[in-house]
Design a binder for this molecule. Structure first.
Ligand SMILES: [Zn+2]
Length: 668
């Protein structure tokens, strides 16, 4: 091809492809079949391969990704990207309206927009060409993610006018793409993303832009960094301008003449929210007039002319199909609600823990009930209540079984506990859960040995106890589902590395009753190595702060068990480190206060400080503040009207201070 012809054709192809791309990804109105688009794209790629100098930054061929960075450069935002103040209810919104009207002294028109749950981005264009895209970061400094943003088809590489402008918006992952991505992740045995926002952020922070390109991200733009150069006088005109320049702007925006209209808009979207193809987490309300915005100005953190209304935790109704029982590491039987799959706060939910039998009775949950589900802290699904009025009479009472669902042993309810337990030490479910606990993060932290792999190894009888993990062979692992050469090598390396873990990780991993991660660390620090700990007596154990009698009994019983000692020998032989490698705790002697290292109980009413302040100060001086008086208590601080605790301290001959004396010590 002649160079002249090529030049002309490249220009034609680029214009066509950019136009088709815009119609498809921004307007959502494709005008040509995909095959035709692909054909033109191939032609352009071929010509560009022949004439490299004809490649421009705004060529559609430059979107595909492929560039791999070693790190993201920092970008300073010329105009800080501030966050918005929040409103949680009608009263907050009316307060906002009152403040705004008071400040400007006249009626105010608002613009309401959906608050997209994605990642805030800033895009810079010079003479109409996309030159840089960044994350919000801390609002002042973000990260340069230009190559990843270029892969998003709704971001124009060239504007319809030769503007130099900085625009802001949200990059997000549509619900459909999110579900597909998580499905693939689950099939690959990977941890799924918690919600579309995390998925979008994770995709844009990939150093390999091919990954971002594969994630089907989209955008909505909603602000211009500096309006003053654009000639518009209202926020809504600014949004129209963005649209005319070729950006994707959300269609659901609305002008509201007053706060009542704003509240109607909010209410409308509380109801319509589940039907949107993308996640929103609230409504953004802005003063429309830019002059009024200027008058209102900013606080240190956010503009006074805008506010974000946050939706309450989403609650949805679904049907409870069944209650499944699982056996935990300690034999506790946990009932889990199996639900008709339903979307809650961004993810599909089909299970919710019911914790124990009492909770099922308390909430009067029956099989076949319609139940209200929400996510506690937007993460963990829980059953809020039953819709009794929707019962048909077909619902069935749920009865806890009398036998372990895995090993069929009798279940028992230990005194003072709400849970039912399987107490068969050979229960396969308990052993499997124990293995999962052993490799977990706070224990031996073996990457690549997740729940699924452990379950497979266990059911293939490749492991029976934790020591077997250290005898796994490469060829055994290669036989497992979805375990390639690379993941097997990584796993073996992780197992090898875990051998040098400090003692507390092993101690916690063994799953000794009542010994949590914190107690494991205390034990490791105090005894230094496994052999010393094994031979520790009950008295030696209880003399340590934070080690109670129940825990001491449990530790002694554990190490008296022949099988446990054998297991530890096997682990030693496998080459596991049995010593504490971490830093030693600050010794009480090195502190200057007489309170350092003392176990202190606060009781009665304090005059000068509240209970929490006193506790914090005592702890800052090295004291350990506990709730009840015992032989281990060194000192009782008694305020006014001290009762039984003071009496007990006197009975045990424990030193007692009044508040005055404590304050003197604080001020020393
Ligand atoms: Zn069992």
């Amino acid at each position: 091809m002649e160079r002249m012809t090529a030049e002309k054709r490249v220009e034609e192809l680029r214009n066509l492809l950019n136009q088709y791309n815009y119609e498809y990804h921004v307007l959502d109105r494709p005008s040509v079949p995909d095959a035709e688009y692909d054909q033109l794209m191939r032609e352009l790629t071929q010509i560009e391969e022949q004439f490299h100098d004809l490649i421009t930054t705004d060529s559609p061929t430059q979107r595909v990704g492929g560039e791999v960075l070693s790190a993201f450069e920092k970008v300073e935002h010329r105009i800080p990207m501030l966050s918005l103040g929040n409103a949680f209810n009608e009263a907050d919104l009316r307060d906002f309206d009152r403040r705004v009207k008071q400040a400007v002294g006249e009626e105010v028109e608002y613009v309401c927009e959906l608050k997209i749950d994605g990642l805030a981005i800033s895009l810079r264009y010079e003479n109409g060409l996309f030159i840089q895209g960044a994350t919000r970061g801390d609002g002042t400094i973000g990260e340069d993610i230009t190559t990843n943003l270029k892969t998003i088809r709704s971001i124009p590489l060239r504007l319809k006018q030769e503007f130099s402008i900085e625009v802001r918006g949200e990059a997000y992952m549509p619900k459909k793409s999110f579900e597909k991505l998580n499905l693939t992740k689950e099939e690959n045995g990977e941890e799924p993303f918690a919600n579309p926002r995390n998925a979008a952020a994770g995709s844009l922070r990939q150093l390999d832009s091919r990954i971002a390109a594969s994630r089907n991200l989209d955008t909505f733009l909603y602000a211009i960094g500096d309006f003053s150069e654009t000639g518009v006088s209202t926020h809504s005109d600014g949004l129209d301008l963005l649209e005319n320049l070729g950006f994707k702007v959300n269609k659901e925006r609305e002008k509201c003449a007053n706060i009542d209209e704003v509240l109607q808009y909010v209410q409308k979207w509380v109801e319509k929210r589940p039907n949107l193809p993308y996640e929103i987490d609230g409504i953004v309300i802005k003063v429309n007039s830019l002059d009024q915005q200027k008058e209102l100005g900013f606080t240190a953190k956010s503009p006074r002319w805008a506010i974000a209304y946050k939706f309450p935790a989403e609650e949805v109704v679904t049907k409870l199909l069944d209650i499944e029982l699982s056996v935990g590491r300690t034999g506790v039987i946990t009932p889990t609600a199996i639900l008709e799959p339903v979307r809650v706060a961004g993810t599909k939910v089909q299970r919710a823990s019911l914790h124990n039998e009492d909770l099922i009775r308390e909430k009067d949950i029956k099989l076949g009930d319609y139940v209200v589900i929400k996510k506690a802290g937007d993460i963990i699904p829980e059953v809020v209540n039953v819709l009794v009025e929707r019962r048909t009479g077909e619902e069935q009472e749920f009865l806890m079984p009398s036998h372990c669902p895995e090993c069929n042993s009798d279940l028992v309810r230990l005194e003072g506990e709400v849970a039912l337990r399987c107490i068969n030490p050979k229960c396969p479910a308990q052993i499997r859960e124990g293995l999962i606990h052993f490799v977990s993060r706070n224990a031996m932290n073996i990457d690549g040995l997740g729940e699924k792999v452990i379950s497979q190894l266990f059911s293939h009888q490749l492991i029976h106890d934790v020591a077997d993990i250290y005898h796994l062979q490469k060829d055994q692992l290669l036989e497992l589902e979805r375990m390639g050469e690379k993941s097997v090598n990584n796993l073996l390396a992780a197992i090898q590395q875990s051998k040098s873990n400090s003692l507390e990780k092993l101690l916690f991993g063994l799953g000794i009753r009542h010994v949590g991660a914190k107690a494991a660390k205390t034990l490791a620090q105090q005894f230094g190595n496994m052999d010393v700990l094994i031979s520790a007596t009950r008295d030696e154990l209880t003399s340590i702060q934070d080690i109670g009698e129940k825990m001491a009994d449990s530790i002694v019983a554990y190490f008296e068990n022949e099988e446990a000692r054998q297991l530890i020998d096997e682990l030693k032989q496998a080459g596991l480190n049995m010593s504490y490698n971490g830093p030693m705790p600050v010794q009480a002697e090195s502190m200057t206060s007489v309170l350092a290292g003392k176990t202190v109980v606060l009781t009665g009413k304090l005059e000068q400080l509240n209970r929490n302040e006193a506790k914090e100060k005592l702890e800052a001086l090295g004291a350990n503040v506990t709730g009840s008086v015992s032989k281990k208590t060194d000192l009782v601080i008694a305020g006014a009207d001290a009762g039984s605790k003071l009496a007990k301290a006197n009975e045990l001959g424990i030193e007692v201070w009044d508040e005055e004396k404590m304050l003197e010590e604080f001020n020393r």
